[in-house]
Design a protein around this ligand. Sequence first.
Ligand SMILES: [Zn+2]
Length: 425
Amino acid sequence: MAEPISDEANGVGVASSLTPYTPRYIDIGINLADPIFRGRYHGKSKHPDDLKAVVGRAVEVGCTKLIVTGSSFKSTRDALKLAREFPGTVFATAGIHPCSSSIFSPSHHKHHDESQSEGEEEEHTPACDPDPSKPIPDGEGVDHARSATIIADLARLIAEARAAPASGPGPSPAPPALVAFGEFGLDYDRLHYCSREVQQHSFAAQLALAATLRPALPLFLHSRAAHADFVRLLRDAFGPRLERLERGGVVHSFTGTVAEMRELTEDLGLYIGVNGCSFKTAENCDVVRQIDLSRLMLETDGPWCEVRPSHEGWKYLVQFEAKAKAAAAAAAAASPAQAQGEAEAEKQSQQQGKKKNQKKEPEVPERYKVVKKEKWEEGAMVKGRNEPCTIERIAKIVAEIKGVSLEEVCEAAWANTVKVFGIDP
Ligand SMILES: [Zn+2]
């Protein structure tokens, strides 16, 4: 919250101004259990484990809470472990992603809980790129005996996570590690991981489990190119207006239409999570414009879904930064001492610019250096590996698209997230 400061404190002998807003963020969808954040790419170590630095950079930009996605048995266990390692900063979800749902099919040959498999494999969370050329066809059916075991194991995993003794020093109990059921849902853009019929079974079976949990958990949902089936299965489990869904839920990484968004938020009372994938096209951005702030949550979905210069959203980021720069310059001009400092800095940068052959200043400033994974260095981000500190870009783009302040976006998303996930601010 912005607070007025005294003339004395701001060092200017003129009428007092407001302190600039310090943004705060909760990344509701970050795949921090992915081995990529340990420096491991497709089973090979490419650089040191820099997970702590990734969390550190997030906290530095004001992203002080991270909800780590559990999308399989293994990633759920790993997410829970991280939540215990960073109590009060990292929280976890527990569920089986549609792209990990082939464990329900008769042809699946490994143990459904990868953590129990021999020669435990490191698997990346599925990238968000569709591959329409290789869909797994329906017709194979579902292994019902195995399905019952999977759901019982998931129920046990959730019960264990909730019963875990409070860790950490001090008399106050540790914050909960598990804050949502999911990630689960339907993804018809990525049928190369799992057929439609198996995905529907996985979603329905997990919804049935979610409906029996006491106390209930909010839902962390995924829906891609599957809106009608997605809504039908939700209604089957929780009623026509999801009136039996006590704790609500969020449909994350949203890329649907305005009509779909309205049905989810207005008819079903759900929230919408946006990340870089939600700004790819002008149509995407138009949907974001129409999401009511009271229904909005922010996420990065790292290591995937970064905002790219080729995306429609990028131009809003450029606009935001240009306005911020102009506002800073105007403020400096109003303050003689600051103006002098700015002029000095400008002169210096011009001199440096000459030395560096007038290298063009980027339209969007990089807060941290970005290097290729082969050239990893301490303190730098890795090119192509999205991480939670980039959430500020998501908030800036939403603010610019909607024509509201960054503060309005951040505070609305923060309040919505704290309420739904029951996170103690
Ligand atoms: Zn997802």
